[in-house]
Design a protein around this ligand. Structure first.
Ligand code: ADP
Length: 880
């Protein structure tokens, strides 16, 4: 039958499915059966069940119950019944026999049983699961309770840790909490020290474990291992090698690292003997405590550091405040002293007031200032004493380098002596009543490296002064020294200005005297500055120059000389004088010349005005009216001329008659008569020569000599003179040497006057050289610089000169006579004076003649060795 049913189910499956698909759930109005059950699978499973295989049906129901959690058993039963009814209807419709219909009923019944069976299986599993969940929930809530307790404990610890910043108190809290909460056999808290080693700072539990102070190197493997993980290391049994002797035998160990913001700060170790796994459970809690402890300890350390810093800062603020106070005091004192010093230039006032202020501030009992003495700067002498006047009784004086004050002055250093009894530099000054006791400061007073003195302050108590006093005194010393210096300078300036005003007064007196003298002088005086501007003129100058003084003051000296002297202006070379105001022997040069202004003959004399250092300030021109002297001279010359003429006429007659007598023109003379007549003749001739010389001089002096200027060969002129004197030279057997180089320039001179000059000089050489002596004549050109002083100072530097020298090996001239040989009638004492004869007029004629020719004559001589006469004559210019 079953076969019939399964066959029917197979063949009618399509129709059956179609009928089933129209099945409506009467409860919900939807095709509910299709949402719970796949009709195709159900049909197949039903067919398999009809064949005795209910596996598919069972699997289908299991899935249905598992998936359709909202489908309850009655609904599913109702649906099955509906499907049964539809299938039965279909069978009936196909006219199936009742047995098949029963089979269908049995099949659906079996399906219902199977559904109920699957349902009950499913439900019992569900119940089992629910029970498991309930048990799990219980366990979870127990764990949560435990966790809550731990959190509460942690919260308590956290509160306690945050309640204090004391390092030691924190350590106590941490170790107590750890011990209490873990109840471990041994608990230890390790902190890293400055050498990065781990040191036990607190421990609880067994006394066998590491106690406070126990130290482990940072390299200890157990400790090290803790820092490789984040929550520590758990060692089920303690290692036994030597590195781990601190571990308790038979214990398990939990090492929790403590790390803060700045790295490793320490570790917590828990050791447990009986139930090592307890430690495992405690790990989180211990880790939390350790982390909080690390933060709290770091905060405490930070707080400690900040407090220390604060304390240091406060200390520094206090110190700085004290320093500023001292600085303020110092500045105030400095200011007071500076004001005092600036207010006065009275040395005593500055010293006494400064001393008083400083002594008051440093509370010195005794103070004094010693200054160097002006006359002997190596000595120090008391200049001011605190509260007393300096008197000879209390004044001391000692050398720089002596005593403590002397040492300070010598070394330029302030000395603080805490006990003068212990200081070897102390010197007891005789007569001083200063006791050797207590302390002392000696401050040197310096200005620009120069020691002015020393300031000493002392107190009878040893160690009374300190470095602050030294700083203050040093700061003030500079100001006081400047004050002293200023006062001294002021004193010096006052003294100097007094001296100068006295000098000025004297100078003014002298100037007014000089002015009075100048104005009362008969000679005209004009003074000009270095530029020639006339600065001063006297009345006489105005009178001589016929010009008002005011006008003369507007002139320039150069113009004035040019104006007055015309072509002779070169005789007063002002520029030359300014260029070279002194002769080589250091005497001022003077240029003179004479000219006529109106009817007057005026002598001009120009000389430099020099200061004490021979610096040229200007020039002085003195004008002397020599009209009267010139006139007197002229009258004298005229008189001499007349007299000479008057004398020469009878003399010439006497000479002529004597010659006639001597020649026997008036009868033969006996020897005596001839001798007398010869004497008369010789003397008459000498007198005529004398008269001729006098007449010559008169002519020269009266300026009545007319010169005939020519360009001449000096050698030619010489040869004429030598020829004239040849007989006398030969007679005296003189050796004559002449040295004249060829090609010498011509000279400009008057031939007759040149002959006269050369004749006189060569004649003297012959006369004053003993027989057989040497006479040397030489000519050469001479440079200006080769002229001897003072000749050079009178030279016109534009001219060239030939120099003639006539040297002899004669009697020579004594140095004292040499300056006088050109004077009229002067004849030096010498062995040949008498033999030579002469009038002493020759050289006095030669000199003015040489000058007239524009030349110069001078002589050099050594007594007994000979003389040289030099004659410089100007070279003829091309125009001449
Ligand atoms: P005098 O007619 O006496 O020679 P001078 O005027 O010529 O007069 O000379 C003056 C004096 O100078 C001489 O008396 C002599 O003492 C001295 N004198 C001149 N030339 C020489 C000389 N060459 N040697 C030595 N003494 C001389």
């Amino acid at each position: 039958m079953k076969h019939v049913l399964s066959h029917w189910l197979q063949t009618q499956q399509t129709n059956l499915l179609q009928w089933w698909s129209h099945l409506h759930d009467v409860t919900t109005g939807s095709v509910a059966i299709l949402s719970h059950l796949d009709p195709q699978r159900f049909a197949s499973a039903l067919t398999a069940a009809a064949n005795g295989d209910d596996q598919s049906l069972r699997a289908l129901f299991s899935e249905l119950i598992a998936d359709q959690s909202d489908a309850d058993l009655p609904t599913l039963v109702r649906h099955l019944n509906q499907l049964h009814r539809i299938a039965r209807t279909a069978l009936l419709h196909d006219n199936a026999d009742p047995a098949t219909i029963d089979s269908l009923a049995q099949l659906f019944e079996h399906a219902l049983v199977t559904l109920a069976d699957v349902w009950s299986e499913h439900t019992s599993q569900l119940i089992h699961e629910r029970e498991f969940i309930a048990a799990s929930l219980d366990a979870a809530s127990a764990a949560a309770d435990q966790r809550a307790l731990q959190l509460k404990a942690l919260n308590d610890i956290s509160q306690r840790l945050s309640a204090t910043l004391d390092h030691d108190a924190l350590i106590e809290i941490v170790i107590d909490s750890l011990h209490r909460l873990t109840d471990a056999y041994h608990v230890a808290l390790w902190l890293t020290d400055s050498d990065r080693r781990f040191r036990v700072v607190a421990c609880r539990g067994s006394t066998e474990g590491p106690s406070v102070g126990h130290v482990l190197p940072a390299t200890n493997p157990v400790i090290q291992a803790a820092f490789t993980g984040t929550s520590g290391t758990f060692w089920p049994t303690a290692p036994t090698d030597p590195d781990h002797q601190w571990l308790l035998a038979g214990c398990s160990v939990l090492v929790i690292p403590m790390t803060g913001g700045e790295g490793v700060i320490g570790a917590v170790t828990l050791q447990e003997r009986y139930n090592p796994l307890d430690l495992r459970f405690m790990q989180d809690l211990a880790q939390s405590i350790a982390s909080q402890a690390a933060i709290a300890l770091q905060n405490a350390d930070l707080y400690h550091t900040i407090r220390t810093l604060n304390a240091e800062l406060e200390q520094r603020v206090i110190e700085r405040t004290r320093e500023l106070e001292e600085e303020k005091d110092r500045l105030a004192t400095l200011h007071a002293i500076a004001s005092e010093v600036n207010r006065s230039l009275d040395l005593d006032l500055i010293l006494n007031n400064s001393l008083e202020m400083l002594a008051h501030i440093v509370q010195a009992e005794h103070a004094s200032i010693l200054l160097t003495e002006e006359e002997s700067p190596s000595l120090l002498a008391t200049r001011a004493i605190l509260g007393r006047k300096v008197t000879p009784d209390n004044m001391v004086r000692f050398a720089i380098g002596q005593g403590i004050a002397g040492w300070a002055a010598q070394h330029g250093q302030t000395v603080l002596v805490n006990d003068v009894q212990q200081d070897d530099r102390w010197v007891t000054i005789p007569g001083s009543n200063r006791k050797r006791e207590g302390s002392m400061i000696a401050v040197p007073l310096f200005v620009q490296g120069e020691v002015l003195g020393v300031m000493t302050l002392s107190h009878s108590r040893p160690n009374f002064f300190h470095e602050g006093h030294v700083r203050l005194l040093n700061a003030c010393a500079g100001t006081i020294a400047i004050g002293i210096n200023n006062a001294k300078l002021y004193r010096m300036i006052i003294d100097e200005s007094n001296r100068r005003s006295e000098l000025l007064e004297r100078q003014q007196r002298e100037t007014s005297q000089i002015t009075a003298i100048l104005q009362s002088l008969l000679d005209g005086v004009l003074v000009c500055d270095i530029h020639g501007s006339i600065l001063s003129v006297n009345q006489a100058a105005g009178r001589i120059l016929h010009r008002p003084i005011e006008e003369l003051l507007l002139w320039n000296m150069h113009d004035l000389i040019q104006h007055c002297l015309g072509t002779h202006a070169a005789d007063l070379p002002l520029e030359e004088l300014f260029r070279r105001p002194l002769t080589t022997d250091g005497t001022p040069r003077t240029f003179t010349t004479t000219t006529t202004i109106g009817n007057a003959t005026i002598n001009f004399s120009l000389s430099p005005v020099l200061n004490e250092n021979d610096r040229t300030l200007g020039a002085l021109l003195v004008l002397r009216d020599i009209t009267r002297e010139v006139e007197a001279d002229r009258m004298k010359n005229e008189f001499i001329g007349t007299m000479s003429h008057e004398l020469r006429t009878p003399m010439t007659a006497i000479k002529g008659f004597t010659q006639l007598l001597a020649m026997g023109g008036l009868g033969q003379l006996n020897d005596t008569q001839r001798e007398f007549v010869n004497t008369i003749y010789n003397n008459t001739e000498r007198m005529i020569n004398l008269i001729n010389d006098v007449l010559e001089i008169t002519k020269i002096e009266s300026g009545s000599i007319d010169l005939e200027w020519r360009s001449l060969h000096l050698a030619e002129a010489l040869s004429g003179v030598i020829a004239e004197l040849q007989s006398q030279i030969s007679q005296r057997q003189h050796q004559l040497t002449i040295s004249i180089p060829p090609g010498l320039p011509l000279i400009r001179a008057d031939a007759m006057r040149l002959h006269q000059i050369l004749y006189h000089v060569l004649l003297n050489a012959v006369k004053y050289t003993p027989a057989g002596g040497k006479i040397t004549i030489a000519v050469r050109e001479i440079l200006n610089v080769d002229f001897p002083e003072p000749v050079r100072s009178t030279l016109n530097t534009n001219h060239r000169y030939l120099l003639l020298s006539i040297s002899d090996t004669g009697v020579g001239i004594r140095p004292e006579d040499l300056p006088r040989i050109f004077d009229r009638f002067f004849r030096a004492e010498n062995p040949l004076k008498v033999e030579a004869g002469g009038t002493g007029l020759g050289l006095s004629i030669v000199k003015p003649l040489v000058k007239l020719l524009g030349g110069h004559i001078w002589a050099e001589s050594t007594v007994g060795q000979g003389s040289t006469f030099y004659i410089a004559l100007p070279v003829a210019t091309e125009r001449a």
